[in-house]
Design a protein around this ligand. Structure first.
Ligand code: ACM
Length: 504
């Protein structure tokens, strides 16, 4: 039997603290004095901080109903200040300093990206009801304390496979807004696969108009016009998210080969396929038409992609003999540079000679890999997305209604307990550019499905990418994660109620 509770009521523990943040900050000191948001509070934007101030206002207005004007100078009362260029140098390009006292909130960063990440922290220091889309009549306090924070890795990504199932621009934007809360700064779009082609290519128009019609299991397809894609990219950029487009090749190409007969060695179009088998398709490696096609696609995609990277696939090319795979990339890799982009692709591309700027993405399940260790030695960096930890399409348990299990079951704890610098011998901290949580969508059809697989696991991968390894442990994380649930409910995010967490 536990002792009876104290007779004198102690103050209710605060709902949230700076030490509750996800991702866990580098330095955080909680203080009892909270800042009270009122109808008179103003947001003071220092020079260059106007966009971030407007974004913060947009986050805070729906639930508070307060005017929260953005002003260049504060009259001295109840102010949230955003300043560029006045932060501790340790915060670097994406970090921030946040100080919340009874009288003021001060957010500082060296870049607008840093302010944006600081705003995501600030957001978590408000009551969960701040996430509501309609006015909530209640008081609004921001938990007090100081945070000095910056990321462990430069790249923290999510991938959405829009090829197996198509998701509209509105659905993609919704996902962007969900993932940025955890300081994800990269969205990898898997734009083509056997089941469908999703991006307009003007020089090969039927890729999208015909090859975009299909999807997994015979479901409806779709594609993005170049204008729609540019709009998604711009929306992402306004949230400091870089879009990394991927065209998978030389395998995973059935959709293209079903609409353009000349992409097949025998000159005959293959039938479209909507099953979920992998490894059967291959571009015709010896045909000059293949390279005209690939160069056209890379040129058009590069022209509408402001981000640094272009994904050239490379996974599961089981129908491409090894020598052909090598010959293919010897021709294709220079095309990416020719159009001003840097190569990324699945880690199999590390088998071929690549420039040291290329960033292979690791999707295996850990262990020795001589090609990767050799590439790391040459200076290549990697994005780590081990399928048995970071793949959001793996089932949580045997009874998860969605997803697959070829890399095992991935419960919340499995998605959290791994270190990107300890997966592959020879690929240590300095060789890791970042992490990514991919969501393959063979079984995923709706935004609610996306959310169910991403939440809560995405928050764990995001923390792995941002927080110092020494700041992370499962017991602390599961307590912090539990407190995120009311925020997700307020946002109507359909999350998996893992029994590993004592949900609030
Ligand atoms: C992959 O899962 N085929 C990259």
């Amino acid at each position: 039997m536990g002792a009876p509770g104290p007779a004198v009521a102690s103050p209710a523990p605060t709902e949230r603290q700076v030490t509750d943040l996800i991702p866990a900050p580098v330095h955080a000191t909680a203080k009892a004095d909270a800042f009270r948001l009122t109808p008179l509070t103003v947001i003071r934007a220092g020079k260059g901080a106007g966009d971030e101030a407007a974004y913060l206002r947009g986050l805070l207005r729906p639930a508070t109903g307060y005017p929260l004007p953005v002003v260049p100078m504060s009259p001295g009362l109840s102010t949230i200040s955003l300043d560029l260029g006045q932060a501790d140098p340790r915060v670097g390009d994406e970090g921030y300093q946040l100080d919340v006292t009874k009288s003021a909130v001060r957010l500082r960063a060296n870049t607008s990206a840093g302010l944006f990440e600081g705003i995501q922290s600030l957001r978590q220091l408000l009551p969960s009801a701040i996430e509501a889309k309609t006015v909530q009549h209640r008081s609004w306090t921001i938990a007090g304390g100081s945070v000095l924070d910056y990321p462990r890795f430069a790249q923290r990504g999510a991938m959405l496979d829009v090829a197996r199932h198509f998701f509209t621009p509105a659905q993609v934007k919704k996902y962007i807004d969900q993932i940025v809360q955890y300081k994800i700064n990269t969205l990898h779009l898997h734009l083509s696969d056997d089941q469908g082609w999703r991006i307009e290519i003007k020089s090969w128009p039927r890729l999208a108009t015909e090859g975009g019609k299909t999807a997994a299991y015979g479901d409806p397809g779709g594609y993005y016009t170049q204008e729609q894609y540019k709009d998604i990219v711009a929306y992402a950029a306004s949230r400091h998210v870089m879009v990394v487009p991927e065209i998978d090749m030389p395998g995973h190409t059935n959709a293209a080969q079903s609409v353009y007969a000349e992409l097949n060695c025998d000159g005959k179009a293959v039938p479209p396929r909507t099953d979920i088998e992998v490894g059967y398709s291959s571009l015709c490696i010896k045909s000059p038409t293949t390279y005209r096609f690939v160069e056209d696609v890379i040129r058009e995609l590069a022209a509408i992609t402001p981000g640094k990277y272009l994904g050239i696939g490379g996974d599961e090319a089981h129908s491409t003999p090894a020598a052909d795979y090598q010959a293919f990339y010897e021709k294709v890799a220079p095309m990416v540079a020719k159009y001003g982009k840097t190569i990324t692709g699945w880690h199999e591309i590390a088998k071929v000679p690549l420039p040291t700027s290329a960033v292979p993405q690791y999707w295996d399940q850990g262990g020795t890999n001589a090609d990767l260790a050799a590439a790391a030695k040459r200076g290549n960096k990697f994005v780590m997305s081990p399928a048995n930890h970071a793949y959001l399409d793996m089932k949580y348990t045997e009874s998860t209604p969605l997803g697959q299990d070829w890399a095992g079951l991935v419960e919340v704890r499995d998605a959290y307990e791994w270190d990107p610098a300890k997966l592959v011998p020879g690929v240590g901290e300095k060789s890791v550019q970042g992490v990514e949580a991919p969501l393959w969508t063979e079984t995923i059809r709706t935004s609610a499905d996306i959310e169910y697989m991403a939440f809560p696991r995405l928050a764990g991968v995001a923390e792995i990418g941002w927080s110092p390894q020494a700041a992370r442990n499962w017991d602390g994380y599961r307590a912090r994660l539990a407190k995120q649930a009311p925020r997700w409910r307020a946002q109507d995010i359909n999350f998996y109620r893992s029994p590993q967490i004592d949900w609030k």
